[in-house]
Write a protein that binds this ligand. Structure first.
Ligand code: ZN
Length: 171
């Protein structure tokens, strides 16, 4: 069957940035699984996969604007180390749900429209640089891969708006 809305799609792919560096490699034995037509993946990638079928290969180049958007330096904010639990080990690249007590930080990060997730960019002595840009913001992306399986979604999957099963949501 061809990929269309209400299909669950299994992919393997290699994700590279604009310089060709590999950012992510998803292999056949642990495929990426998603429900097609629900914007669970980047919309322009979803569009490119539309109507493909099992065995088809794809090579999709996305400019940053079509992927995770331009990088916006304003979405960075320095916050006190005290905002985080003492026993939490903070590392660059960690993602957090935003629970700001600082109203300015909340307002600034809210503008990013990135939902309520931010990333630790840099950990200093007393403060932490946080960033509401998606880690892939500002990067051109190239997804190269293959369609491994396409199946109709169950009614539960359609109701929930995501795929179920190993490698997807389990509940
Ligand atoms: Zn579900």
């Amino acid at each position: 069957m061809r990929i269309e809305r209400d299909c669950v799609v299994y992919l393997r792919y290699t994700l590279r940035d604009g310089s060709g560096d590999v950012l992510e490699q998803v292999e056949q034995d642990e495929p990426f699984i998603y429900l097609h037509g629900y914007e669970n993946i980047i919309p322009s990638l979803e569009e490119a996969l539309d109507a493909l079928e099992v065995g088809d290969r794809f090579d999709v180049h996305l400019e940053a604007e079509d992927a995770y958007g331009a990088y916006n330096r304003q979405f960075q904010q320095r916050v006190s180390r005290d905002e985080f639990p003492d026993d939490m080990e903070l590392k660059s690249g960690m993602a957090f749900e935003l629970i700001p007590e600082d109203e300015d930080a909340a307002a600034l990060l809210g503008q990013a429209g990135a939902g309520l997730v931010f990333y630790i960019k840099e950990v200093g002595g007393d403060d932490v640089l946080i960033d509401a840009n998606h880690p892939l913001a500002g990067k051109a992306l190239r997804f190269e891969g293959e369609i491994l399986e396409v199946r109709p979604a169950t009614s539960d999957e359609k109701n929930h708006g995501h795929a179920h099963g190993p490698g997807a949501e389990q509940h």
